[in-house]
Design a protein around this ligand. Structure first.
Ligand code: G6Q
Length: 547
């Protein structure tokens, strides 16, 4: 493990910008947000930015104009603009897999043109979208009939990682817009409990399985898909032909899909230039499209595209994803913050933090540069979070008064999709109160003025100076969700560009997979001698005895 992780990345411009930030940090670690706001009455307007329907107030960060200028200088030194252009153009930015990362092409309008290896890929993107739209409408309107002639009532997405988190997050986020006579389920874990607890409540002849797997070889997904197939065929009196009406696949791998027994007509294609965690806008979003309908799905794509265009064209200093990404670097690399909390004040966004967690940590949890040398600075922070106000009654204590610095992203909406009495004003009152309290805290004097005395005073003091961003949006819609998603995607890209790492591979998940295969084999053959370390041998031995 690299222990000296406080130094700069590489060449001259970068190291100068990095050093300038290091010495600037020496001053900034002495200041308090109370002072920054007192010195600049317009601070709350000065440090704001807007793109599409998203308003960002980043004034409650421990920054000055100089901080932002230095961070932008760092980004320039890292050739951020050039790297953005390279990604959008389809250059091989995923160097270890020799691939482009063209998720942005999935959201481009039909009349756009983007050539990859000399071929315009946009017509193919839209051809798949049209097929998805036709199929979705068939399911939604009851034209798609199951094997016994019944219409579909349950849609079960089988996938894991990028083939699960996007669909489940988007379904939950946009549930308000979903067709309510259809129920949606998501099976991801290889733990049979996940499968059983879903199918035990379903009627097979009303159920459609959407098997999502880019590779169509992922152990968990293939195991769940086989179990689903077996379950369905059994329920249909062992009639194998039932599979055709109850299974569709989303994959880049037509052969493997055919081998599974799903006909090409029931397969929705995407391409190796779409990374798993960036794939929601591809056919991986099929269950989302069935839920919310093609029109809303196109609005989601348009929202993503709005933010893509903003990221691609806006000057760095006014660029929302760049600002968010650079602020993350500021706390991660200069203040030594280890984590970042994503706190949506909207129950529909309950899976949003988990989605952003994968997006960020799988993309930027890297220890080598794109050239393959070990980094000597910190890369991705740990992303985590829960919706407000629930989090306030659990971990917020640590953010307010603990010993760790936890920068927060607060995400809130001015209009509720479920207006109910005073609920929304109460929710949003908490939303505004939290970032205010984190920034300004409560001094000893204020505590005493409230009548608290003696030994109790210290426990009642809130130090404040705890930074946060506030993302305020009028309403949660497919379009604004799209904008939020692309905002985080490109913030992650910005961070990766500055750290000079490959944000698009994920080799770190491989070792455990290979090892699990070997151990699985040892479980199937209890007579096989174990040749692991002493701890692993002991644990497997105990499992063999007790299973
Ligand atoms: C995401 C990762 C990973 C992937 C899953 C599922 O970027 O690559 O989470 O999405 O491992 O892979 P398949 O879609 O190939 O089944």
């Amino acid at each position: 493990m690299n222990t000296n992780l406080t130094q700069k990345p590489h060449p001259t411009a970068v190291s100068q910008a990095w050093q300038a930030l290091e010495s600037h940090h020496q001053q900034m670690r002495q200041v308090h947000l109370r002072g920054l706001f007192a010195d600049d009455p317009l601070r709350g307007q000065r440090f704001t930015a807007e793109a599409g329907d998203i308003f960002l107030d980043y004034s409650k960060n421990i920054i000055t104009s100089e901080t932002m200028a230095l961070l932008v200088r760092l980004a320039e030194g890292c050739h951020l603009k050039q790297k953005v252009t390279a990604m959008f153009n389809g250059d091989v930015v995923n160097v270890t897999e020799q691939r482009a990362a063209l998720h942005t092409a999935l959201r481009m309008p039909e009349n756009a043109e983007l050539k990859l290896d000399g071929i315009n890929i946009i017509p193919a993107v839209h051809a798949v979208l049209r097929r998805m739209a036709v199929f979705s409408e068939q399911v939604r309107q009851g034209g798609w009939r199951g094997h016994t002639g019944k219409r579909v009532r349950n849609v079960v997405n089988i996938g894991i990682g990028g083939s699960d988190l996007g669909p489940v997050m988007a379904f939950e986020a946009l549930r308000h817009y979903s067709q309510r006579d259809l129920a949606f389920y998501f099976i991801s874990n290889v733990d049979g409990t996940d499968f059983q607890e879903v199918v035990s409540r379903l009627l097979a002849d009303e159920t459609l399985f959407v098997v999502c797997s880019k590779s169509f070889s992922t152990l968990e997904t293939m195991t769940n898909a086989q179990s689903a197939r077996q379950w369905l065929v059994e329920k249909m009196g062992n009639d194998e032909t039932a599979v055709a009406k109850h299974f569709v696949a989303v994959s880049t791998h037509a052969e493997a899909v055919a081998q599974f027994g799903i006909a090409p007509d029931n397969m929705f294609e995407f391409w190796d230039w779409v990374g798993g965690r960036y794939s929601l806008a591809s056919a991986i979003g099929l269950s989302t499209m069935i839920a919310i309908g093609p029109e809303h799905f196109y609005a989601l794509l348009a929202g993503l595209h709005t933010m893509d265009e903003h990221f691609r064209t806006a000057p760095l200093a006014e660029n929302l994803p760049v600002i968010l990404g650079l602020l993350t670097i500021w706390y991660n690399n200069f203040f030594g913050a280890q984590t970042l909390a994503v706190l949506p004040y909207d129950q529909y966004l309950k899976r949003f933090p988990a989605y952003i967690q994968q997006l960020s940590m799988e993309s930027n949890g890297k220890g080598v540069t794109v050239e393959g040398s070990p980094v000597n600075y910190q890369t991705s922070p740990i992303y985590w979070g829960e919706p407000g106000t629930n989090g306030q009654h659990s971990f917020f204590q640590l953010i307010h008064q603990g010993t760790k610095l936890v920068p927060c992203d607060f995400i809130g909406f001015c209009q509720s999709l479920n207006p109910l009495g005073k609920h929304h004003d109460l929710l949003m009152a908490n939303f505004f109160a939290q970032s205010e309290a984190l920034a300004f805290g409560k001094t000893e004097q204020e505590v005493k003025a409230d009548g608290v005395q003696g030994d109790l005073v210290a426990a009642h003091v809130f130090p404040g100076n705890r930074p946060s961003n506030t993302l305020l949006v009028k309403c949660l819609t497919p379009a604004t969700l799209g904008q939020l998603l692309a905002l985080y995607e490109h913030s992650v890209f910005t961070q990766g560009a500055v750290w000079n790492i490959n944000s698009f591979d994920q080799w770190g998940v491989e070792l455990g997979k290979v090892s699990a295969q070997r151990i699985f084999n040892e479980m199937q053959h209890p007579d096989l001698a174990l040749a692991h370390d002493n701890s692993t041998n002991g644990l497997i031995g105990r499992y063999r005895q007790l299973k």
